[in-house]
Design a protein around this ligand. Structure first.
Ligand code: HEM
Length: 516
């Protein structure tokens, strides 16, 4: 590090304002004081031909933990270094916003928790996080079990009829049913039905994903955005979802008004433990539009992510029968034929490691997006405000410099008696739920959800890639999808069929409210 750089950092630490430092040191920038960020030239075409994070991995091996990628007038900083990732996400997080992500997601999430920045984000985060308290998450275990059991029944039929199952779309429906109930007590029942609302959710999701990989914002072109059939369909879908959410909010408000309410930290309505109910009961002073944006954000954030985790976990297991046997052994001995309970979550240690390892190999989303809103220094490089940054979690999680046998699916890399791996105890080389103040609020929820679904499925069935199944290649939107689905042959395990019996301690969630 140069003397001038150390001096500047020293002055910044003792509180010399940034403007003064810029005035004093601005002239030396580019004149040899700072190293220049390595620059990789790319073309959009090359990046769009495969899932875009794959070429970024090759470039990382050549250019290192931070480099600049320029196409035409656009340029991005690609970060794959744990210390720099920690600096951006945690140590100096106030200097970064969600940037492009907020622009892309505006049409669906508005100022919801994921895209929001600044004061709006701070206020909403403080209001929403308490809703996911321990008692709520424990109650959700019952919901996860019942939803997974409905999927088991569907697979029972496929196994008996000798039909292959496309697991990716089934997981997407499973997690949609779960998140609808968990966030606003709505039963999409998408495992059984294809109602208009389910189709509307998928239309909006696909649109959000298309926008996140599209280099040209066609959705901003005046007139076109009002007349193109694609955008008209998206707008109709959005209207249906928004109207449904407004109805649910109104219904829930009425129920809360009639309730003899004694609100406290772990408040939960037993009939409707949803996040929406908590927020309304808490007296949260929020506009209906903001509440809707937050509900929509959680619907999307908690749906495709968990579905993708299950999809890639089953793909990985199909290639490692050793891991599958060990997993089934644990599930049989811990659960027997019961529905899982909160107490089981601590005991299903290997099952949890399988999910941890699946999230390492297939992080959802594979990159985190930020924009600098102040000048800053990343490692040894100064950056200006307004830089668009991609933190490649894919690169961090698969770096040969950071992991032994980085590409190997090996749940044993984390000892069963050790702590659950997270960004803190893995020094930001493992970021399954992000890190710092913008870390995922649904991490525990999602871990339990995927553990319960995995456990219930593998105790009842064996899964193999179907004969003649299409190759499992990756494509990306917000999460990593397969290009042509995950077609599996599902067979009953050779042991007495397990029909779980509901325990009284497992909280039953009431059937959904019906919409007037
Ligand atoms: C944020 C991953 C499930 C709600 C995040 C972030 C990641 C992530 C990596 C950080 C994004 C960033 O820093 O830019 C996942 C994964 C999930 C999952 C892998 C499933 C396995 C859920 C669920 C919910 C949820 C179930 C809702 C209950 C959110 C919200 C944020 C977030 C609201 C934004 C937090 C903020 O900016 O303050 N998630 N998530 N996620 N997640 Fe999740």
């Amino acid at each position: 590090k140069s003397v001038l750089l150390s001096l500047m950092e020293g002055l910044a630490k003792v509180g010399v304002p940034k403007e003064v430092l810029e005035f004093l040191f601005g002239w030396v920038e580019g004149g040899g004081v700072y190293a220049k960020i390595p620059e990789a030239k790319g073309s959009i075409k090359a990046v769009r031909s495969v899932a875009f994070f794959i070429p970024l991995y090759e470039l990382y091996l050549t250019y290192g933990g931070i480099f600049r990628l320029t196409f035409g007038p656009k340029s991005f900083l690609i970060v794959s270094d744990p210390t720099i990732a920690k600096h951006i996400l945690k140590d100096n997080s106030k200097a970064y916003s969600k940037g492009i992500l907020a622009e892309i997601l505006d049409f669906v999430m508005g100022k919801g928790l994921i895209p929001a920045d600044g004061e709006i984000w701070r206020v909403r985060r403080r209001a929403v996080v308490p809703a996911l308290h321990q008692k709520y998450v424990a109650a959700m275990i019952g919901l996860f079990g019942q939803a997974a059991d409905r999927l088991c029944q569907k697979l029972d039929a496929a196994a008996s009829d000798g039909e292959d199952a496309e697991m990716e779309s089934l997981f997407s429906r499973l997690t949609l049913d779960i998140i609808g109930k968990a966030v606003f007590n709505y039963d999409f029942d998408s495992l059984s039905n294809d109602t208009g609302i389910v189709e509307a959710v998928y239309t909006v999701l696909r649109e959000a994903e298309d926008r996140s990989v599209s280099p040209i914002p066609v959705w901003d072109i005046p007139i076109w955005k009002d007349i193109s059939p694609r955008f008209r369909k998206v707008n109709a879908a959005l209207k249906l979802i928004n109207d449904t959410l407004d109805d649910l909010i109104a219904i829930c408000k009425r129920i809360v008004d009639e309730e003899e309410l004694q609100f406290h930290e772990e408040y939960m309505n037993e009939k409707d433990p949803s996040i929406l109910h908590f927020l309304l009961a808490s007296g949260d002073d929020v506009s209906s539009k903001q509440l809707r944006d937050d509900l929509m954000t959680m619907l999307i954030a908690g749906h495709e992510t968990s579905a993708a985790v299950l999809t890639w976990t089953f793909y990985l297991l199909s290639k490692e029968p050793r891991v599958m046997s060990k997993l089934q052994e644990e599930v049989d001995s811990v659960l027997g034929d019961r529905y899982p309970t909160i107490e089981d979550m601590k005991k299903l240690k290997y099952t949890t490691r399988v999910i941890n390892e699946s999230l390492r190999l297939y992080p959802q989303p594979p990159v985190l997006i930020r924009r600098s809103i102040e000048n800053d220094v990343l490692g040894e490089y100064p950056i200006k405000r307004g830089e668009d940054i991609f933190i490649s979690v894919w690169n961090l999680h698969r770096s040969p410099k950071l992991w032994d046998d980085a590409d190997k699916f090996e749940p044993e890399r984390w000892p069963l008696d050790g702590p659950n791996p997270n960004e803190t105890n893995q020094s930001f080389k493992y970021l399954p739920f992000g890190g710092g103040p913008r870390k995922c609020i649904g991490d525990l929820f999602a871990t339990y959800e995927t553990v319960v679904a995995l456990a219930m499925l593998v105790r009842r069935f064996n899964f193999q890639m179907a004969v003649g199944a299409p190759p499992v290649d990756m494509t990306t939107g917000a999460t990593i999808h397969t290009t042509q689905g995950l077609k599996m042959t599902v067979t009953h395990r050779i042991k007495a069929p397990i029909v779980p019996s509901l325990q009284m301690s497992t909280l039953e969630v009431d059937p959904s409210v019906s919409l007037s």
